[in-house]
Design a protein around this ligand. Sequence first.
Ligand code: 2AM
Ligand code: CA
Ligand code: CA
Ligand code: CA
Length: 266
Amino acid sequence: MSHQSVEEIKASAIQWIKEAGELIKSHMKKPYEVDTKQDRKDLVTEVDQKTEQFFIDKILTQYPDHQVLGEEGMGDEVQSLNGVVWIIDPIDGTMNFVHQERFFAISIGIYFDGIGEIGLIYDVMDDVLYEGVRGEGAFKNGKQLNPIDPDKHLEDALIGLNNSWAIPNRKLNEEKIHDLVRKVKGTRSYGSAALEFAFIAEGIIDAYITMRLAPWDIAAGMIIVNEVGGITTRVDGTDVNMLTGNTVICANKAIHHELLDFIETK
Ligand code: 2AM
Ligand code: CA
Ligand code: CA
Ligand code: CA
């Protein structure tokens, strides 16, 4: 994609993200419908759906030849990453949105022929926008983020983990997870995968590991983290796939390498 079209698409995306943020805030002032998906902990609201629809209308009006892959399924049934594909999570952290009315984000990754070009993560309530453009750096509210510390090791690391690690898991060697928790400096759990990636890019946490994420949870975050020297793979070290679910390790190279040894799948 040409530099000019990347800049133009990014400018449109940022404008729509800010508008969507206002839309979400206005919906929060009134009652809205909350539903469940796979189980009672897997929430979705009409605000998630309306926000996704807002993006689809905007994108397909301005860019009719682009595809949109969204969590709530209102976009295209994307079968291939050829051309321009917008991978959108309208509200990442729906549980936080419903219960805390903060700590959620809009996440948009824009891919061209399978390569991540533009990553945008917008913390709506704090009005903080994380941006990354492939080869051009990562930014927080317009201020360039420094490369993450390449020499930091697990002992000094704060790592993002979610509660599933505390529950017996048939896929993992639990002893090793206990060892990992003993070894690291601390663990954190924010409830928004997109924000965990943004926090790695910002250098306020050092890693994120999870056993199940969808493309829209990671599409933007991977691009942003990549721009500050972080890497993202599956827990077996292989590349993530933007058309399927993935396990995920994201960190600097040194910590990423150390984590691969701790996450032993059965
Ligand atoms: P969501 O709020 O968009 O659903 C919570 O720890 C993080 O995991 C959030 O980013 C959340 O995204 C995501 N998440 C929640 N349920 C999930 C599921 N069933 N599969 C994959 N990711 C999920
Ligand atoms: Ca969801
Ligand atoms: Ca999500
Ligand atoms: Ca979501």
